[in-house]
Design a protein around this ligand. Structure first.
Ligand SMILES: Nc1ncnc2c1ncn2[C@@H]1O[C@H](COP(=O)(O)OP(=O)(O)O)[C@@H](O)[C@H]1O
Ligand SMILES: N[C@@H](CC(=O)OP(=O)(O)O)C(=O)O
Length: 517
C-alpha cells in the first residue's frame, strides 16, 4: 500500500516518534494518511553480592570514551559488547563458529549477548498459541515443543556438554505450556515468560561451551542483573536505573572473579510486577547497546547473517549491497520504518553513550560491515537505503469545511490517541501543492511511472531524511526492486552527485530509501 523514499540529512531527535510532517497530494480535499502498525518470573529480587563493588555511573563512563583499549580494560575489565542473533547461534556448528570468532579477538574482553537459537522464539510463541486450545493432556505433544527440545538437546550433545544444563528449563517449559492449556489463555505476561526460555537456554549452553574450551565464562539472565523495564509486556522500555545496576553487577563480578559474561538478550524485569518482560522482537540488539552504554565500552558489535545494513532487504531484492556508514539517526529511522536488521530502539543508548555500533556478518567475518556513528561525511551521500514497511493502513479523511479552519487535526489525532494507534506519516493539503523539485523524487517518480505504479500518498518527514511513498501491497516489492536498480545499480548516484553540486547543494545532503506495503 505504500512506498517511502528516505534521504539523509538532519534527522529528527526522536526517531521512534511517529513522523508527522506536512505533505501534499493531488486534489483539493484535506487528507491524512495514517499508518497503523498495527517468573522464574515474579518476585525475584536482583541478585546481591556480598562484595564491595565499584560502581561506575553512566555519565562517568561516557567521559572516557576516547580512552585506549588498555586503559578501558584496566578501568572496567570490558572493551566491547558482541551480540549474536538467533541466526548466528542456530546450531552446535554455529556455536562453535561463534566461540572461535570470539577467541579470534584475544585483545578484547567482551561482554557477549545472545539471542535464542535459530527460530526458537517463533516456535515458543507458536507452542503457546497452540497450548491455549489443545487441552492440558495434549500440551506435551505440541510439535513446536518437540522441535525446541530436540534442537537444544542435540546441540548440547554435539558440543559434548551435559544435558542437565537445559533439562530443568525444558521441564519448566513443558509445565508452563500445560498451565496455559489448563487456563486456556496466554496473557502478554505469560507470553514473555514463555519466550524467555529461548535466551535462557542459548546462553547457558554457550557459556558451558566456552568454559569447556577453557575460556572462563559466566551466564547471566538479564532480568537478574538489573535490566529494569516498564511493565509493558511484549514491548517493554528499558528504564534509566538499568545502567548503573547492570554496570555494578557485571563489573563487580569481574573484579571478584573475571569471566566472560554471557547475557540473555531481549529480556528484562518489570519494575512493578517483577515479572520477566521482553523488549519487542529483535530486542537483543537493544540489550547489547544498553550494556555498551552502561559500561562505557569502546564499541558495540552486532553480529548478524548479512554483511551489514544493506541498501534494501535482501529477501526482497538479492542485489542489495552493504551500506558502509550510517549515523545513529539514519539507522534508527531505517529500523523504525521497517528494516528488520536492527531493533528500532537500539540506537538510542549507543547515541546517548556516543559508542559506535558495528553491524557485522558472523558467517562472513571479513566483510567490513556497517559502522554506525554520531556523524558521517554526507557530502557524497545521496540515497542510503530503501525500506519496505508492510501492514500500513492509509486513511483518507475528507472534509469540505476545512479551509481556513483550525483544530481539525487536533480532533483527528485525539481519536488516534484514544485508540492507541501509532501514526507513521501524515500528509495534509488544502489545495494542490505538489513539489517535485528534487532530483531524487523526479527520478523515483519516473521509475514508478515506467513500472505503472500509482503512488497513493507521499510524505516527506520533517527531518528531511526520508520520503514515504504509499503504494498498493501488490506493487510494493516491484517498487523496491525498480527503485533499487535505478538508484543503486545504474550509476545514478555518481551522476546525481555531479549535477547536484552544480545545481542544488541542498540535495547533495539527502539520502533516501523507500518503504511500502
Ligand atoms: N536493510 C537491511 N539490511 C540488512 N538486512 C536486512 C535489511 N532488511 C531486512 N533485513 C533482514 O534482517 C536480517 C537480519 O536481522 P535479524 O534476523 O534480526 O538478525 P539476527 O537474528 O542475527 O539479529 C537479515 O537476514 C535480512 O534478511
Ligand atoms: N529472540 C528474540 C530476540 C532477538 O533479538 O532475536 P534476534 O537477535 O535473532 O533478532 C526474537 O526472536 O525476537
Amino acid at each position: 500500500m505504500a512506498v517511502v523514499l528516505r534521504f539523509p540529512g538532519v534527522a529528527r531527535d526522536s526517531p521512534a516518534a511517529p513522523s508527522v510532517g506536512a505533505g501534499s497530494r493531488l486534489g483539493r480535499e484535506p487528507y491524512f494518511a495514517c499508518a497503523a502498525a498495527t517468573a522464574r518470573p515474579g518476585g525475584r529480587c536482583l541478585r546481591r553480592r556480598g562484595l564491595v563493588v565499584r560502581c561506575q555511573s553512566g555519565a562517568a563512563v561516557l567521559k572516557k570514551g576516547a580512552a585506549s583499549v588498555a586503559a578501558e580494560k584496566a578501568a572496567t575489565g570490558f572493551t566491547v559488547v558482541m551480540k549474536f542473533g538467533g541466526s548466528s547461534v542456530a546450531s552446535a556448528e554455529r556455536m562453535r563458529e561463534v566461540a572461535d570468532l570470539i577467541l579470534s579477538f584475544p585483545e578484547e574482553t567482551p561482554v557477549i549477548v545472545l539471542s535464542a537459537m535459530g527460530k526458537t522464539t517463533n516456535n515458543l510463541l507458536l507452542a503457546g498459541e497452540k497450548a491455549v486450545s489443545c487441552g492440558a493432556s495434549n500440551a506435551s505433544e505440541i510439535p513446536e515443543l518437540a522441535v525446541i527440545k530436540e534442537l537444544h538437546i542435540r546441540t548440547i550433545d554435539e558440543l559434548g556438554l551435559d544435558r542437565s544444563i537445559v533439562s530443568g528449563l525444558l521441564d519448566e517449559l513443558e509445565q508452563l505450556l500445560k498451565g496455559v492449556a489448563m487456563m486456556k489463555e496466554l496473557t502478554p505476561r505469560t507470553r514473555d515468560y514463555l519466550v524467555s526460555f529461548g535466551e535462557c537456554m542459548s546462553t547457558r549452553i554457550f557459556a558451558a561451551y566456552l568454559n569447556k574450551l577453557g575460556k572462563k565464562a559466566r551466564q547471566y539472565d538479564a532480568f537478574d542483573i538489573g535490566f529494569i523495564t516498564t511493565d509493558d509486556f511484549t514491548n517493554a522500555d528499558i528504564l534509566e536505573a538499568t545502567y548503573p545496576s547492570v554496570a555494578k553487577m557485571l563489573q563487580g563480578d569481574w573484579i571478584d572473579d573475571p569471566a566472560i559474561p554471557i547475557v540473555t538478550g531481549f529480556l528484562g524485569k518489570g519494575w512493578k510486577s517483577c515479572a520477566i518482560t521482553t523488549l519487542g522482537r529483535g530486542g537483543s540488539d537493544l540489550t547489547a547497546t544498553t550494556i555498551g552504554k552502561a559500561l562505557g565500552l569502546r564499541e558495540i558489535q552486532v553480529w548478524k547473517d548479512v554483511d551489514g545494513v544493506l541498501t534494501c532487504d535482501p529477501n526482497i531484492y538479492a542485489n542489495a549491497i552493504p551500506v558502509p556508514y550510517l549515523t545513529f539517526e539514519e539507522a534508527a529511522e531505517l529500523a523504525y520504518f521497517g528494516a528488520q536488521v536492527l531493533h528500532p530502539q537500539s540506537m538510542r543508548p549507543a547515541r546517548e553513550g556516543g559508542i559506535p555500533v558495528r553491524v557485522k556478518n558472523s558467517y562472513n567475518r571479513r566483510a567490513p560491515g556497517t559502522v554506525i556513528t554520531k556523524t558521517r561525511d554526507l557530502s557524497k551521500s545521496i540515497l542510503t537505503s530503501i525500506v519496505l514497511k508492510s501492514n500500513i493502513t492509509m486513511l483518507d479523511i475528507v472534509s469540505t469545511r476545512m479551509l481556513g479552519q483550525y483544530g481539525f487535526l487536533a480532533k483527528v489525532f485525539s481519536i488516534f490517541e484514544d485508540l492507541g494507534i501509532s501514526v507513521d506519516c501524515v500528509a495534509t493539503s488544502e489545495v494542490r501543492n505538489v513539489q517535485r523539485s528534487s532530483l531524487i523524487l523526479e527520478k523515483a517518480f519516473n521509475v514508478l511511472r515506467r513500472n505503472g505504479v500509482n503512488v497513493q500518498m507521499i510524505s516527506q518527514g520533517a527531518s528531511k531524511v526520508n520520503i514515504s511513498l504509499v503504494v498498493h501491497d501488490s506493487e510494493a516489492k516491484q517498487c523496491v526492486q525498480a527503485l533499487h536498480a535505478a538508484f543503486f545499480e545504474n550509476g545514478f548516484l555518481s551522476e546525481a552527485e555531479g549535477d547536484d553540486l552544480q545545481q542544488n547543494g541542498a540535495l547533495v545532503n539527502s539520502n533516501g530509501g523507500t518503504y511500502g506495503n
